[in-house]
Design a protein. Structure first.
Length: 624
C-alpha cells in the first residue's frame, strides 16, 4: 500500500511543480479594465518570484484596483539641500509592450514641481520623443502675479499643479522670443529640457519609454521574454516563449533537477517500509499497553477544546455535576478511559483550575487521583483525570445496603488508604498540600475499590515548616469543615483541619451521619457524632449491622479514631501519621476526651474550655 501511495505523491508533486512553473509568472490585472501586467513588470503581492519582473519595474494595486508605478529618482548633483531620493507614484493607464511605452498619470500632481531636480539619466524610464501620444520640447517656467483677465493670451499655458491663489506658474516654449510674450509681473524660475507639454496639464498624462530590457524582438513575433535563471540576463532571441506554453521542456528540466533526489528518497522509504512492516504490526499491538506504562512518568498534557469534544464524543456521557462543573466520560484509546470535568465559567476567577493543575499535576501516589491533562483554550477550561469506574465512596456509605456490599474489612482498608493519601499530601510532597475538602464525594474508587482522593480545587500549598495557614474566607463543605476554619477562637488553620474532615468521613462511613436511634429524643436535635460518643462512653450497643466475627471491632475502631480526629481544638487532634497507626493497630484506641457540650441551646460552651455546641456551629456557618 505504501509504495502506491508514494507513487501517487510523486505524480502529485510533479503536476504541482509543472503547474507552479507555468503559473508563477502568469499575466495579472489589478482590475478587469486595467492594463495586463507581465514581464518586465510584476505585481509585488501577486508575482512572488522576483524573476517574473525586471528590477525597477515593480507595480502594486491600490484599494481601488488602480495600477500604480513608484519611481525613485536621484537628484541632480547641482541641486543642494535636496532630499534623496524623490519617490513619485503614477497611475498606469496603458502599457504598450510592443513599442515599450507606458502612458501614466501623476497621482498627487507633484511631478511637475520636481522636474528641475530630478535626474532622468539613471531612471529606467525616459520621456518618449516623437511619441504617438505627445510632443517633447524645451520649456521655461515663470512665476507671475495674478494676470489681468483682459490679457488672457497666454492663459492656455499655466501649470495648475504649481499655481496658487496668489500667483500663476506659466510655461513658455524656450524657443519663443520673450519680446513678443505679454507677461506681466513675472520672474523666470528655470528651464526644463525635453519635457512633453502634457506634464504641465491637469490631469497630468504623459508617456515614458524603456529601453532595457529590450524585448521588442520577442514581442514582434507574438512571443514574450523573461529573465534567465533568476538573473538579469535575458534569453536569446531564439528562446522567447509563447504566452501559451509550447511544450513541457522547461518544466521537465526543473522537475528532473528537483524530483530526482526526492524520488530516490521516496524509493528508499518504500523499501524500508516493506522490510519493517511486519515489525511495525507487532509493535502496534503493544502500543496501548506501552502508552499506559509511559504515561505515568509524564506531566499533564495540554488539550485543545476541540480535543476535549472529540475525547468525550461531543459530551455524550455525563458522569455527574457539581458546583464547579460537569464531569463527562471520555476515551483516549480503546482501553484508556478518562473523566473530564468541564469547569463552569460562572464560578470563581480560575483559582480552582490553577489549584488543580498546580497541585495534583505534580502528585504521584496510589491513593491520589491522577491528572492526565487539562484544557485552557480561551475562556474554556477542563480537567482530564484517570477514569475510576466505581464512582465515589459516597455512593456506597449512604445506605446500609451499600456498606454491606463493601463489607467492613474493605471499608477499613479504604479508611487506611485514604489516611495514607492525606498523610502523603501533608508530609510526602515537596510542599505540604492542604486539601480543605475531604469528604466521601471526593474519594473515588477504582475497579478494585482502591480509594483515590480527588478534587483539589480548594487546596492550598505551604511549606512543611509552616504551622499556620492564612485564610481570607472559609472553604470546604458544611459538616466537614473544622471549627477553626470558621472562627479563630478555636485555634489556627493548619493541616489539622484536614484531620477534622477525615474524622467526619470516618463517622459517616460507620453510620452515614444519620440521626439513628435517639432514645426517644427529637431526632432533629440529635448531633450524630455526639450521639456516637455518648453511646461508646456509656458502653451501650450501637445498632449497626454486623455480619462477620470481628466486624464489631472494626466498627468500634473507626468510630473512636473518628472521634479523636474531630476534637474541637486542632492541638488535641492527632496527625495523620498517628491516625494511620491507630487504624492499623491490632488494639482498639482508648476513648478521647468528650469534645461536645450540652446541646440544650445554652451558652455553657463559653465557660467550658471555649468549646461550642452544634447549634452554635450552625449559626457560625450561616454567618460565614
Amino acid at each position: 500500500m505504501a509504495p502506491q501511495l508514494i507513487y501517487l505523491v510523486f505524480l502529485s508533486l510533479f503536476a504541482l511543480l509543472g503547474s507552479s512553473t507555468q503559473n508563477e509568472c502568469q499575466v495579472e490585472k489589478c482590475s478587469h479594465l486595467g492594463p495586463a501586467i507581465r514581464f518586465p513588470f510584476r505585481i509585488k503581492d501577486r508575482h512572488q518570484q522576483h524573476s517574473c519582473g525586471y528590477p525597477g519595474f515593480e507595480l502594486h494595486c491600490t484599494q481601488n484596483n488602480d495600477t500604480v508605478l513608484e519611481l525613485s529618482f536621484p537628484v541632480k548633483a547641482s541641486i543642494k539641500n535636496s532630499k534623496l531620493p524623490f519617490s513619485v507614484q503614477f497611475y498606469i493607464k496603458e502599457i504598450d509592450y510592443k513599442h515599450q511605452l507606458i502612458e501614466i498619470n501623476d497621482i498627487d500632481c507633484s511631478f511637475p514641481g520636481l522636474l528641475p531636480v530630478l535626474n532622468f539619466s539613471v531612471s529606467p524610464f525616459q520621456f518618449q520623443f516623437e511619441s504617438q501620444f505627445s510632443d517633447v520640447d524645451n520649456f521655461t517656467l515663470f512665476n507671475c502675479s495674478k494676470m489681468n483677465p483682459n490679457n488672457s493670451g497666454y492663459y492656455d499655458n499655466p501649470v495648475p499643479c504649481l499655481s496658487s491663489s496668489d500667483y500663476d506658474i506659466i510655461s513658455v516654449y524656450s524657443f519663443e522670443n520673450l519680446y513678443y510674450t505679454p507677461l506681466y509681473s513675472c520672474s523666470k524660475m528655470f528651464d526644463i529640457q525635453s519635457i512633453p507639454r502634457a506634464v504641465f496639464q491637469t490631469p497630468s498624462s504623459f508617456v515614458l519609454e524603456w529601453s532595457r530590457p529590450d524585448c521588442r524582438h520577442c514581442e514582434a513575433t507574438g512571443k514574450h521574454c523573461r529573465l534567465k535563471n533568476d538573473s538579469s540576463i535575458l534569453y536569446d532571441t531564439d528562446q522567447c516563449y509563447s504566452s501559451k506554453p509550447e511544450g513541457p521542456v522547461p518544466q521537465l528540466r526543473v522537475a528532473g533537477e528537483v524530483l530526482g533526489p526526492l524520488l530516490a528518497v521516496l524509493l528508499a522509504i518504500a523499501s524500508y517500509w516493506i522490510y519493517s512492516s511486519s515489525k511495525l504490526k507487532k509493535e502496534s499491538e503493544m502500543k496501548i499497553e506501552q502508552f499506559l506504562v509511559d504515561y505515568k512518568g509524564l506531566k499533564p498534557t495540554r488539550y485543545l477544546y476541540a480535543d476535549i469534544k472529540k475525547i468525550t464524543d461531543n459530551f455524550s456521557e455525563k458522569l455527574g455535576e457539581g458546583g464547579y462543573g460537569t464531569v463527562y466520560k471520555g476515551k483516549l484509546s480503546n482501553d484508556v478511559f478518562v473523566a473530564i470535568k468541564v469547569l463552569n465559567n460562572s464560578k470563581g476567577n480560575g483559582e480552582e483550575f490553577i489549584n488543580e493543575v498546580g497541585t495534583i499535576g505534580k502528585i504521584h501516589h496510589v491513593n491520589v487521583v491522577r491528572l492526565v491533562g487539562y484544557c485552557a483554550d480561551g475562556f474554556r477550561r477542563a480537567l482530564v483525570y484517570e477514569f475510576l469506574p466505581n464512582d465515589s465512596l459516597q455512593k456506597f456509605i449512604s445506605s446500609e445496603k451499600g456498606r454491606c456490599l463493601l463489607g467492613w474489612e474493605r471499608l477499613h482498608r479504604i479508611a487506611v488508604d485514604i489516611a495514607k493519601g492525606i498523610e502523603y499530601l501533608h508530609q510526602g510532597c515537596e510542599q505540604r498540600i492542604l486539601h480543605f475538602d475531604i469528604k466521601p464525594n471526593n474519594v473515588l474508587l477504582d475497579d478494585n475499590f482502591n480509594p483515590k482522593i480527588s478534587d483539589f480545587g480548594l487546596a492550598k500549598l505551604c511549606s512543611k515548616e509552616q504551622s499556620i495557614v492564612s485564610m481570607t474566607a472559609a472553604r470546604g463543605t458544611i459538616g466537614y469543615i473544622a471549627p477553626e476554619v470558621f472562627s479563630r477562637n478555636f485555634g489556627n488553620v493548619s493541616y489539622k483541619s484536614d484531620v477534622y474532615s477525615f474524622g467526619m468521613l470516618l463517622l459517616e462511613m460507620v453510620g452515614g451521619l444519620k440521626k439513628n436511634d435517639a432514645g426517644g429524643q427529637d431526632k432533629s436535635q440529635v448531633y450524630f457524632p455526639e450521639w456516637i460518643y455518648n453511646k461508646l462512653d456509656q458502653g451501650e450497643e450501637i445498632a449497626i449491622q454486623i455480619e462477620k466475627e470481628g466486624d464489631d471491632k472494626i466498627v468500634r475502631k473507626l468510630m473512636i479514631v473518628g472521634l479523636w480526629c474531630i476534637q474541637w481544638y486542632p492541638v488535641e487532634r492527632p496527625s495523620m501519621k498517628v491516625v494511620i497507626q491507630m487504624l492499623e493497630s491490632e488494639e482498639i484506641p482508648s476513648m478521647p476526651s468528650n469534645p461536645f457540650t450540652s446541646t440544650n441551646g445554652t451558652n455553657t460552651a463559653a465557660t467550658t474550655r471555649g468549646r461550642i455546641t452544634r447549634s452554635e456551629l450552625e449559626v457560625i456557618s450561616e454567618s460565614e
